[in-house]
Design a protein around this ligand. Sequence first.
Ligand SMILES: Nc1nc2c(c(=O)[nH]1)N[C@H]1C(S)=C(S)[C@@H](COP(=O)(O)O)O[C@H]1N2
Ligand SMILES: [Mo]
Length: 312
Amino acid sequence: MRRRPDFRPLPSEITPREAFVSRRQLLQGALALTLAGTGSLASAANSLRFRKNPVYSTQEKVNSFEEITTYNNFYEFGTGKSDPAERSAQFRPTPWSLTVAGEAEVTGTFSLEDVLRPHALEERIYRLRCVEAWSMVVPWVGVPLGDVIKRFRPTSRAKYVAFKTVFRPGEMPGQRFPVLDWPYVEGLRIDEAMHPLTILAVGVYGEPLPNQNGAPLRLVVPWKYGFKSIKSIVELRFTEQQPPTSWNRSAPQEYGFYANVNPEVDHPRWSQAKERRIGTGVFAPRVPTLPFNGYAEQVAGLYRGMDLVRYY
Ligand SMILES: Nc1nc2c(c(=O)[nH]1)N[C@H]1C(S)=C(S)[C@@H](COP(=O)(O)O)O[C@H]1N2
Ligand SMILES: [Mo]
């Protein structure tokens, strides 16, 4: 793993050797307890250690692991909802590295372990609202993106963060066809990226992300349509200009840069006013979609004074 000499952990991240050893022992003990306590079917080797974050979690009924991992959008593995689960077995999410570039004091390529080590994992239950008008409730495990970003010390010129998905046509059969301009790219304004609701997810249902959900590292921005939550991220770049995004490039009149969930702004080909919650059955009534996907209280302030019809 290449590691640029200018990447030094902050003093608070340095763990004395003894503390590290005892923490590891503690971790093993806690893991056994977690498994005994929840009766989880997951093997000890696969389970993540995290704390639940009720403050940032919805009380709604979570979707099943089966629903969350078999009804996906991940065009790198095909455009059908079951393609990602059926066609991602060849994908190898370990080892993984993340390149950090652009307007920041700390840049370079880092192992995912180095990126995550100082951060405590949290479980957050968020609604996911796809632009195709279906939704799910997902127990993600991850870390606030803002906490990770701070360690790279973005400069005052960093107005946006651009994200890039891995390009591996050998392992991702969908990338052999020009469905989108690969690799998939996305972006956030820096204040959106720093917002405490925005997370980098590494797991779901207490286990590392399955390939179809964006292993080993994906973005989750709960007040935006699902396509902003880019999967299998390999690069994070701080930019002064608004970066291009895959769906905006492919159909600019249908998909904007902001993509905030907005029941009042319809997709040109269908309404965004209601949604179908996956798992409630085809005859279940559609439920109204909430502004900012129900997170308006927390995030509406980011867009004060902006015309959200123009900036869709
Ligand atoms: N790289 C990449 N990321 C992606 C997509 C994709 O096709 N490629 N689809 C997006 C869309 S449209 C949605 S709705 C969510 C779906 O996430 P899930 O499959 O974990 O529910 O992933 C998003 N992230
Ligand atoms: Mo989506």
